[in-house]
Design a binder for this molecule. Structure first.
Ligand code: GTP
Ligand code: SPV
Ligand code: MN
Length: 614
């Protein structure tokens, strides 16, 4: 059974250990992909400068006006390569059942055969870069090392921002240390099999895309895309899909969560990790600028957190990344001033619009759009054009240490002890503004049943409601139901020292589609209640779906929210929830008997209680 811990010393010797294996692997890949040259990246700023200059000269990047945006660049992707491709993302476990019903599975032997064919000569005429990187501080107790090979210089300069990349990470490998191999090609060789030249384009990619993961051997192979999570393999492929499998086997958790420290006016500090699906507000929450006086939120991470039970019996959390790959549209001085400050310079923008003065723009950045822009496809644009100037999944890539509200200890080797875990999603109806889970099992049930409207972060129907358990639907490297059991097991281990679990929803709308909750900096009012609960200073209303705030315990001063809206935000609609339970039951049914019994029983109990609920 897959959820049993694997003693990795017992299994066949891991082939991806130490420097000698690394050199052999690189040599094999070079023989297979036939690049013109192989370059080992040291991660220095001189190397980064050299690459950026060459990419500008080659027309791969546009240099932005340094007066506004020093050392910053714009990349325009191929219009068919703009987001993660979930349909083309595969978990290639030996046993199909281990991938679970929500992942696309491929037989590992068949996939290896297909990859061999695709990668054969795939880098002809290009440079193969070798990128050693550390997830987490180099040498940190819970850090991991990986090595990505790529033929995309855009991936090199992005990985240099997003991870601790270069010589220090390479030094960690030494004679014996394990490293995760990650192979990437955009799948656009500059020479045909007959040797004939093929002209290059600014954003090479292939119509065929394959993002493959081999959980047993901890390998990643990605072909055909140069964008985001498809190509920056340290991020979703390693730090979530492969790391979630390592975490299952070793007793920790790799999660799609932001990480913050919240300090109350009384000076008491709490650490929160929060899981929200893609483009549902993690970066905004991570850099929240409180509108209530005396509160402080410091950023530790905005997308991924690794959680481990510590020697003190508490759950400790660490952000394995070193940069932000944040959604640009909707980000402004009003919604996220810290993010705006973070991208002051040293930033790579992808698929945003270009202003006439050489700076960037996207929908929502300013209330009034500029009169003339070059849109994300490189075409002239005016407000009358009738199409967005920036792609909805346009992103900025900035170093974390440029964030003005970054916590001083964000790269502490041991991470921080967690006080609370928050689950959220984009829900127009049903899910109240905030509630607390009655206990750990209820909390796991809450995480397992997150549903959210799909966003532009992945290709597919934007707005469609889908279950996204733990915000990990596209990122769990094994059966999602086993992931729930793993959470239950961790909770048993933590016992009374487990963090408390909450659910929030900033996205309730009225019949006219207007948001009922102001959101952004005003979300501190919800954190205020969460902290009051942690301090045992607020009572809560028990309901079938969790503990809800009393209205008088929520600080809504100065918001001018109509009473009806507040009531709507804080009531449980039993009819709506009975319907939701039917959907949860159908979703659970997909996992068959792998659904933990305690979660199935919670659903039964919830339905019964909703039947009784007025
Ligand atoms: P990934 O990087 O894709 O994992 O996503 P993320 O969760 O970090 O996404 P991000 O924070 O960039 O989400 C951005 C979107 O959420 C934008 O459309 C924001 O306008 C919206 N958003 C964030 N916070 C709030 C809020 O409090 N209220 C409302 N209504 N929208 C919000
Ligand atoms: C997400 O989609 O959750 C992201 C962006 O954080 S990407 O790295 O492209 O997956
Ligand atoms: Mn994400």
């Amino acid at each position: 059974m897959s959820s049993l811990p694997v003693d990795r010393t017992e299994t066949a010797p891991h082939p991806f250990r130490g420097r000698r294996a690394l050199h052999a692997w690189v040599a094999d890949l070079a023989a297979l992909t036939q690049p013109e040259r192989v370059v080992w990246c040291d991660g220095s700023s001189a190397e980064q400068d050299r690459l950026l200059k060459r990419m500008v000269a080659d027309g791969v990047l546009v240099k932005l006006n340094p007066e506004w945006r020093p050392n910053s660049y714009l990349a325009r992707s191929d219009p068919d390569d703009v987001a993660r491709v979930e349909d083309r993302t595969f978990i290639c476990s030996e046993d199909e059942a281990d991938a679970g019903p929500t992942n696309h599975w491929r037989d590992p032997a068949v996939m290896r055969g297909e990859l061999r064919e695709r990668f054969d000569g795939a880098m002809r005429g290009r440079t193969m870069y070798v990128l050693p990187f550390s997830m987490g501080p180099v040498g940190g107790a819970i850090s991991q090392v990986g090595v990505q090979v790529t033929d995309s210089p855009y991936v090199v300069v992005s990985t240099a921002i997003m991870t601790r990349m270069g010589d220090a990470a390479l030094g960690e490998i030494g004679d014996t240390a394990e490293w995760v191999p990650a192979v990437h090609s955009v799948g656009a060789p500059l020479a045909g099999p007959d040797g004939g030249a093929v002209p290059d384009v600014p954003w090479p990619s292939n119509a065929v895309k394959i993002i493959a993961h081999f959980p047993e051997t901890r390998e990643i192979w990605s072909y055909g895309s140069g964008y985001g999570g498809n190509a920056l393999l340290a991020k979703k492929c390693f730090a979530l899909r492969i790391a979630s499998v390592m975490a299952r086997d070793e007793g920790w958790l790799a999660e799609h969560m932001l990480l913050v420290r919240v300090t109350s006016p009384a000076g008491r500090a709490y650490h929160l990790a929060a899981a929200f699906p893609s483009a549902c507000g993690k970066t905004n929450f991570a850099m929240l600028q409180p509108t209530l006086p005396g509160w402080r939120v410091e950023t530790l991470g905005d997308d991924i957190a690794w959680l481990r039970p510590g020697p003190d019996g508490r759950l400790w959390a660490m952000n394995p990344e070193a940069g932000f790959f944040g959604v640009a549209p909707g980000t402004s001085e009003a919604t996220n001033p810290a993010a705006m400050a973070t991208m002051w310079g040293n930033t790579i923008f992808t698929n945003v619009a270009l202003r006439e003065d050489g700076d960037v723009w996207w929908e929502g950045m300013t209330p009034t759009p500029p009169a003339h822009l070059i849109d994300w496809r490189g075409e002239p644009w005016t407000p009358a054009s009738g199409r967005p100037a920036a792609h909805p999944n346009a992103r900025f890539t900035s170093p974390a240490d440029q964030c003005p509200v970054l916590a001083d200890d964000w790269d502490a080797h041991d991470g921080v002890p967690l006080d609370a875990i928050v689950f959220g999603g984009r829900r127009t109806s049903n899910v109240p503004l905030v509630s607390e889970a009655a206990d750990w099992v209820d909390g796991v049930f809450t995480g397992a049943t997150i549903a959210s409207e799909q966003t532009a972060a992945a290709e597919g129907p934007v707005g469609a409601l889908r279950f996204d358990p733990f915000a990990m639907l596209p990122f769990c490297g094994y059966d999602m139901a086993d992931h729930w059991q793993h959470w239950l097991d961790i909770g048993e281990r933590l016992g009374a020292k487990a963090p408390r679990i909450f659910r929030v929803n900033w996205f309730r709308r009225d019949a006219d589609g207007r948001f009922l909750w102001p959101g952004f900096g005003d979300n501190i009012r919800v954190l205020d209640w969460i902290v009051a609960r942690l301090e045992d200073e607020a009572d809560a209303v028990p309901t079938p779906i969790g503990l809800l705030p009393y209205r008088h315990d929520l600080d809504l001063d100065g918001l001018g929210l109509p009473d009806d809206d507040v009531r709507e935000l804080l009531t449980v609609d039993a009819t709506g929830w009975r319907r939701e339970c039917d959907q949860i039951a159908a979703f659970f049914a997909r996992f068959g008997d792998r659904v933990p019994g305690s979660l199935a029983r919670r659903l039964t109990r919830l339905r019964w209680q909703l039947g009784e609920y007025a």
